[in-house]
Design a protein around this ligand. Structure first.
Ligand code: HEC
Ligand code: HEC
Length: 275
């Protein structure tokens, strides 16, 4: 079956599966302030964007400061529609425009996993935004323009491996969120997928389209799988910065078949010459 959903027999199975989905989705890097020894998933990590400074919230099972009192329906609505339990519209710095594609089963498993993480009583830090960005209603307009809510739909003309790779890359692992350039509204420019993009600060994500000159078209599929699981490039250099975190916290925990499926999908995308 496409989304690899063994029927869930016990709460334990679903927590284990939830942890796998959570790793594939790379939630930890954003929701843990690792640079300041922050506690696991307690939030507080800063994001410098052209729209202002954001801080990730606490998503531990703490009932007051985290999401411990949320229902599964509230969690699914946040992930799929970018709407919080009080009806607030989230800023797209929380990549729900990607996570909207995650299947219901995987979201429920992730919810079960998150609900048993250790609670941390750490209050959320308010965002540091210019006045015109403080109105969450603007996010509602952004969503009308750029959010297509709903789970991933497989392309029946492609193999199940390709579709599994497409699901992992476009619903969970959010490679586009860093490697695809954005328009002036901060939405992904899907005509230039994986062409490379500037991140906050002085970091940038390189072109990883299959272009032989600008991208990774000269890498073999096995090179890409090794890089995603171990962070070693074909020239034996190590992955650095944000990518090192993506690998350590997430991709290095995935099954090799899943990394192979992702590599197959990525290698099938159009080559992009310009970052
Ligand atoms: C690129 C960084 C980033 C990633 C990756 C990310 N988040 Fe977030 N998340 C944020 C930010 C920033 C916010 C705050 C958005 C706002 O205030 O509008 C947020 C908000 C949330 C909220 C709302 C919490 C609340 O108190 O209202 C939940 C739940 C959440 N994220 C869960 C997740 C899960 C689960 C994952 C992995 C599947 C994830 N996030 C991945 C940055 C991220
Ligand atoms: C949080 C941002 C972020 C995410 C998410 C992300 N990357 Fe990266 N990626 C980077 C950065 C930054 C680099 C540059 C790393 C370096 O300098 O060593 C990079 C480097 C790479 C490289 C090496 C390219 C080269 O020419 O050296 C590959 C391949 C790659 N990423 C693939 C992926 C894939 C596949 C995904 C999704 C599974 C992904 N990345 C998700 C930020 C990200």
């Amino acid at each position: 079956m496409l989304i690899d959903s063994p029927s869930v027999h016990s709460a334990e199975d679903s927590i284990e599966r939830g942890e796998y989905v959570f790793r594939a989705a790379g939630c930890e890097s954003c929701h843990t302030d690792a640079d300041h020894d922050g506690e696991f998933l307690a939030g507080g990590r800063a994001f410098d964007t052209p729209f202002g400074g954001f801080y990730s919230p606490n998503i531990t099972s703490d009932k007051t400061h985290g999401i411990g009192s949320w229902t599964a329906e509230e969690f699914i609505r946040a992930m799929r529609e970018g709407i919080g339990p009080e009806g607030q519209d989230y800023y797209p710095v929380f990549p729900y425009a990607t996570y909207t594609r995650v299947s219901d089963d995987d979201l429920l498993a992730m919810y079960a996993y998150l609900q048993q993480t250790p609670p941390v009583a750490q209050p959320n830090r308010p965002h540091d935004l210019p006045w015109y960005m403080r109105f969450r209603t603007a996010n509602w307009i952004w969503k009308l323009m750029f959010l297509e809510p709903g789970p991933f739909r497989p392309d029946t003309g492609r193999s199940s491996t390709w579709n599994r790779g497409a699901y992992l890359v476009t619903a969970l692992a959010h490679c586009d969120e860093c490697h695809t350039p954005r328009n002036s509204f901060g939405a992904l420019d899907l005509t230039r997928r994986m062409a490379g993009a500037a991140l906050g600060g002085d970091e940038s994500a390189p072109n990883i389209s299959p272009d032989t000159a600008k991208g990774i078209g000269n890498w073999r599929q096995a090179d890409l799988v090794r890089y995603l699981s171990k962070g070693i490039r074909p020239d034996e250099e190590f992955a650095d910065g944000a990518m090192a975190e993506v690998i350590d916290n997430g991709l290095s925990h995935l099954r090799v078949e899943d990394l192979e499926a992702m590599a197959e999908y990525l290698m099938s995308l159009p080559a992009q010459q310009n970052p």
